[in-house]
Design a protein. Structure first.
Length: 236
């Protein structure tokens, strides 16, 4: 993985994942794609603080919800906060869990992995039916570098890599134009201060209000243009 300290990061990113507009809408799009599928078990690779698993649990009945993350600290905390879910420490760039799940979700992870093709092969080892993947597309901004991104992906490039890992892409979306795109440009006008305010620590009441307003604005984004790439693939 990249040199970001993920154990330290998860002492700071909790409110960002809960309240920031982009993570909220990624969870919404993932749930939309999952709604079209039948599955009994889910693995969220790069689960962080468990917000996606919680959203899935609230959204529909799933027999087994499992999260995996590179950060040992957040896995330990999740086991206390969500005692009915399962959690495992996992560096998907290096290895995989020795079991398979109907649906594997991997959101905003493989851009952090030096050998993303190997990460896709590891995801395939854990997937028996479907994969839902989100990654950034387009320009790699300064904040992206600060957060440990090695690369961003074009749709054709990612689909080719998925096929090489024995997945067949079924749904491929670019999402986020114009407001998510504008948001990325604005926060990168002063990347250090943006990271300090919105990516570290507790959100103030004002921060939450700003996040809520931008979240509602993001509902107007288009599903065929933008810098957010969303893919659902099936196992070949």
């Amino acid at each position: 993985m990249s040199m970001i300290n993920y154990n330290a990061g998860w002492t700071q990113w909790d409110d960002m994942i809960k309240y920031s507009p982009a993570p909220f809408h990624r969870r919404r799009l993932i749930l939309k794609l999952a709604d079209e599928l039948s599955f009994n078990s889910v693995l969220d690779v790069g689960c962080g603080n468990g917000e996606l698993l919680l959203a899935l649990n609230r959204h529909r009945a799933v027999s087994r919800l499992v999260g995996a993350d590179i950060a040992e600290r957040v896995i330990t905390e999740n086991r206390t906060v969500f005692p009915t879910f399962e959690f495992h420490q996992l560096d998907v760039g290096a290895t995989w869990l020795p079991e398979q799940f109907d649906l594997v979700v991997c959101s905003e992870v493989i851009e952090h992995v030096a050998d993303y093709q190997q990460a896709l092969r590891h995801l395939r080892q854990m997937c028996s039916r479907y994969l839902i993947l989100t990654v950034p597309s387009g320009k790699v901004f300064p904040i992206d570098r600060m957060m440990g991104h090695y690369r961003h992906f074009a749709p054709d490039e990612l689909c080719q890599a998925l096929r090489q890992a024995d997945f067949e892409p079924e749904r491929v979306w670019l999402w986020g134009f114009p407001f998510h795109t504008l948001y990325k440009h604005l926060i990168n006008r002063s990347p250090e201060s943006s990271v300090q305010r919105f990516s570290t620590g507790v959100y103030t009441t004002t921060d939450r209000l700003i996040a809520k307003l931008v979240t509602w604005l993001f509902y107007l984004n288009l599903c065929h243009l933008g810098a957010q790439l969303v893919v659902r693939a099936r196992v070949i």
